[in-house]
Design a protein around this ligand. Structure first.
Ligand code: PLP
Length: 222
């Protein structure tokens, strides 16, 4: 049994809210060959966090849905339009408006998540929790764009007393939005170090890199 199969079996139980949990393989630094093997083992969704890497690999791996999960600059939106199943990282109204504008021009609708900086960390992007519902309401009317839920990256700690209240805030936000729009379906929360906890608190989409592929090689120092 491969690691992918082991993870998929675990996720197959769903979350405590009775929802299916989708595995997005975070494939940064992985070769098209490695990604193809993961797809053969059952991965259905691939997430890249850099536009250039996304575009380089996009044509080389088939049979999966492509997600963009990293920080996205407005001037690079044009390279992604029409290629993504879901953009997880909408962190400003200006970015959302650019995605909407480019999508409309291409005659398509792009599905996105709003990223929330749930730990209020300086090093992370995302809407502050206090503005997340506001952003959802402001952007829900935009043509060319559909808000399908929320994404969060938790602080890098194993301390459950820190993590659980943050997960629960995200789940509450997700449920408030879901009550307003049937399009809201995804809560993308959980990486290799914290995904099991996130699922128990109501995540229904997790983004896993090292848990699938092993440790990433460290970048070379010059
Ligand atoms: C790399 C990455 C992940 C996965 O990280 P791991 O710790 O390797 O599982 C998840 N989300 C984003 C946005 C990433 O860039």
């Amino acid at each position: 049994m491969t690691e992918v199969e082991r993870i998929l079996e675990k996720l197959g139980k769903g979350n405590p809210f009775g929802e299916k949990v989708t595995l997005v393989a975070a494939t940064k630094t992985r070769t098209p060959g490695e990604i193809r093997r993961a797809v053969e083992a059952g991965v259905t969704d691939i997430g890249e966090n850099k536009v250039q890497e996304f575009c380089e690999k996009y044509g080389l791996v088939s049979g999966a849905r492509w997600h963009f999960i990293g920080h996205l600059q407005r001037n690079k939106v044009k390279y992604l339009i029409g290629k993504t199943f879901l953009i997880h990282s909408v962190d400003s109204d200006a970015l959302a408006e650019e995605i909407a504008r480019r999508s409309k021009r291409a005659g398509i609708v792009t599905d996105v998540l709003l990223e929330v900086n749930i730990g209020a960390e300086k090093s992370k992007s995302g809407y502050p929790l206090s503005d997340a519902m506001g952003a959802f309401l402001r952007l829900s009317a935009a043509e060319g764009l559909r808000i399908r839920g929320f994404m969060a990256m938790l602080p890098d700690t194993k301390d459950e007393k820190t993590l659980i209240p943050l997960c629960d805030e995200m789940r509450r936000l997700y449920e408030r939005a879901k009550a307003l729009s049937p399009l809201v379906e995804y809560l993308s929360m959980g990486m290799s170090g914290d995904y099991e906890l996130c699922i128990t608190r109501g995540a229904n989409m997790v983004r896993l890199g090292t848990a699938i592929f092993g440790e990433r090689p460290l970048p070379h120092k010059s």
